[in-house]
Design a protein around this ligand. Structure first.
Ligand SMILES: [Zn+2]
Length: 368
């Protein structure tokens, strides 16, 4: 590798984050179209109305179409008002902002993001997760740069349903364990080394503030703890993802926890009743046992237990036979293609048995 460029996230966070819109967006033009989820746009509109003023005029609010698929991106990009606007304001959770990022790329327009829930890092990262129109995962679609700027309004986020942050925490601390294990023993380029080091900040604030942040989200309190967790989920994870995927090979961005999730998506109950980060949080427990990090396992287990994240495959509606049946496929998934050792069926099965035994003994002890 000779020359390379890095484009990193830029963001404003706080209860009046949208007040910075005029100052930050003015150099990109005078008009914007809001593209987002219906509920998200409803939640954001009063704040955007306040922020809209002398500098930026919002031409319209457009629904993003419900799915981040290539077909939908083309449909949205044909919208005449979007074509007229100087910039795109992406409002919502992952799929809305992911769609808007693709539309911005297609129309060559700057995209600004306004996350209304804290469940993932879409608002700050330079990748969109693409699905079919039926919602089946297709591929990650990479951009050369992240959105121009993210406006993270914690007043809106603390009013949002708590399950998004709850699941988002699992997906976020997973980044630390997956990146550090995947990169173990490798000679790293500067950006990858930065990403792996930084991934510690995907876990630390979650364990320190996660429990309190969930309580505050439930009570709609915009607290210091909530902000730290929102930052870990949206900003830190995006930075790590940008750093560790810069080269695309090898992939340090995933690992055994995600392999567990993807393998289990074969069962409809996962998609129908559970959230991505929730299942990944279970996958982290398997990863840590398989990796023989038993102290870390106990720490994450305790955290899952007090926050209601899964501590057993039964918590995500999977039976022992179902779990065992996906293992031959699981060990071939690309998430664990680059790993410090070969992940075998036996290894994952033993980790699973260890987890279930451990979980049973904890629950029994709690009853006593
Ligand atoms: Zn994930």
């Amino acid at each position: 590798m000779d020359n390379y460029s890095m484009f990193l996230p830029s963001y404003t966070i706080g209860p009046s984050a949208y007040e910075a819109v005029g100052e930050i967006c003015r150099q990109y033009g005078k008009t914007a179209v809001v593209l987002g989820g219906r509920r998200a746009m409803e939640a954001a509109k009063p704040y955007l109305d306040e922020a809209e003023g002398q500098t930026i005029k919002i031409l319209d609010y457009v629904w993003f179409g419900g799915e981040c698929s290539y077909g939908n991106v083309n449909t949205v990009a044909a919208n005449k008002t979007i074509a007229k606007a100087d910039m795109i304001f992406a409002v919502g959770g992952g799929k809305a902002t992911d769609t808007a990022k693709c539309v911005g790329e297609l129309l060559n327009k700057p995209v600004f993001t306004f996350p209304t829930i804290a469940s993932n890092c879409s608002c700050c990262t330079s990748v969109s997760i693409m699905y079919t129109s039926e919602g089946v995962f297709v591929e990650p679609h990479f951009f050369s740069k992240p959105p121009v700027h993210a406006f993270i309004n914690t007043e809106i986020i603390c009013q949002s349903p708590v399950q998004y942050m709850w699941a988002g925490m699992g997906d976020t601390y997973a980044k630390f364990y997956e990146a550090t294990v995947s990169a173990r023993g490798d000679k790293l380029e500067h950006f990858t080394a930065l990403g792996v080091e930084m991934s510690g900040m995907c876990a630390k604030p979650i364990f320190e503030y996660g429990r309190r942040a969930l309580e505050d989200n439930r009570r709609h309190v915009n607290s210091h703890e909530l902000r730290q967790v929102v930052l870990a989920i949206t900003v830190t994870t995006a930075m790590v993802s940008i750093f560790v995927t810069r080269d695309h090979t090898p992939d340090y961005n995933s690992g055994l926890a995600h392999a567990v999730f993807y393998a289990l998506t074969r069962f409809p109950v996962i998609e129908e009743k559970h959230l991505h980060g929730e299942v990944v949080a279970l996958g982290v427990l398997i990863l840590l046992i398989a990796d023989k990090q038993l102290d870390e396992f106990e720490r994450v287990y305790k955290f899952n237990r007090v926050t209601g994240l899964p501590t057993s495959i039964f918590d995500v509606g999977i039976t022992e036979e179902q779990f065992k049946s996906v293992l031959p496929g699981l060990v071939t998934l690309s998430d664990i293609r680059h790993y410090p050792y070969e992940v075998t069926v036996q290894m994952v099965e033993e980790a699973f048995l260890y987890l279930e035994e451990y979980n049973k003994s904890v629950i029994q002890a709690e009853k006593r």
